[in-house]
Write a protein that binds this ligand. Structure first.
Ligand code: CO
Ligand code: CO
Length: 306
């Protein structure tokens, strides 16, 4: 499984009973605390293994760091990433650091999956329910943080969400028998749903009201704050999404808000929905909301209802 469908990770069979899951992700700091930044970036990188139903087994640090910043700061970033990877049962076994004007950090993760058992984003079927496992809004909250206009409780809810692993969501979807999945990251909820639908040859509807939102995120959007990526996301979906007339500009921006370490969007046959929701609650995912349904229609088309 490689470039063709835009899946979250590559899958490469090495024997009849094992395939490698390969992925890399890294980015500049989005929060001030170096330990939190390391944890968030590691959780985000591990997520691409979870999105294909894999189990991460080892990881390598990918790091850029300025010469004039104290080494202890770098140590805290790496410690945050290490702690998160060990929570995932995935030792960090090495890595590489280059001199860089702006810090960058992330992981190249190797995972394992049984060949043919990987979950793809390309097999959603009409009638599937769409389940989201984390609230959205990390893009607008971290942008407000950068601009110095976010309340501490709003930021800390977003940080907790970004630090939380998609491990429980992944194990639940594998055991319940999901048809398809993706994690929600830079293209926002609708962008990643669009990719899944396009690869699957199906359409979907999403209910705005059903989508879980981080506390304070909508208020920030209403106050005119939004990351640049949001507008690019809205624009790139132009002509592919129909919006109910009652939805506001803030609703549109919210559903296209770029996520860091976002939740899993799982496409599950209706008959298996209860089993999935049960597993997600056992595994204590941040949320488990049915946000919409896959339908027959033009590949990639989305309608958003109130
Ligand atoms: Co991903
Ligand atoms: Co990724």
């Amino acid at each position: 499984m490689g470039f063709e469908t835009g899946d979250d990770a590559a899958v490469y069979r090495i024997s009849d009973d094992a395939a490698l899951v390969l992925t890399v992700d890294f980015f500049p700091p989005i929060v001030d605390d170096p330990f939190d930044y390391g944890s968030i970036s590691a959780a985000n990188a591990l997520s691409d293994v979870y999105a294909v139903g894999g189990r991460p087994v080892s990881a390598l640090n990918v790091t850029g760091f300025p010469r004039d910043l104290p080494k202890e700061v770098l140590g805290r970033v790496l410690a945050g990433g290490m702690e998160k990877a060990s929570e995932a049962g995935c030792p960090v076994v090495g890595g590489h650091t280059v001199n860089d004007r702006e810090p960058k950090y992330g992981l190249a993760v190797t995972g394992i999956v049984e060949p043919g058992k990987q979950v793809t984003n390309a097999a959603a079927r009409p009638g599937d329910r769409l389940v989201l496992t984390k609230p959205i809004g990390t893009g607008v909250v971290t942008t407000a943080h950068r601009d110095g206009v976010v309340r501490a409780d709003v930021l800390s809810a977003a940080v907790d969400s970004m630090k939380s692993l998609n491990k429980g969501a992944s194990e639940a979807m594998v055991s319940a028998g999901a048809n398809a999945a993706t994690d929600v990251t830079g293209f926002g909820l609708l962008g990643h749903l669009h990719s899944m639908l396009k690869a699957s040859g199906a359409s979907a509807w999403v209910s705005r009201r059903a989508v879980p939102v981080l506390p304070g995120a909508l208020e920030l959007l209403e106050a005119g704050i939004a990351p640049g990526g949001t507008y690019r996301n809205v624009e790139s979906l132009d002509g592919r999404v129909s919006w109910d007339a009652s939805l506001t500009e803030s609703d549109r921006l919210l559903l296209c808000d770029p996520q860091t370490s976002g939740g899993m969007l799982i496409s599950i046959p209706e008959a298996k929905l209860d089993a999935l929701l049960h597993e997600l609650s056992n595994n204590r995912t941040l949320c488990a909301e049915v946000v919409g349904e896959v339908t027959k229609g033009d590949a990639g088309r989305i309608s958003v209802t109130p």
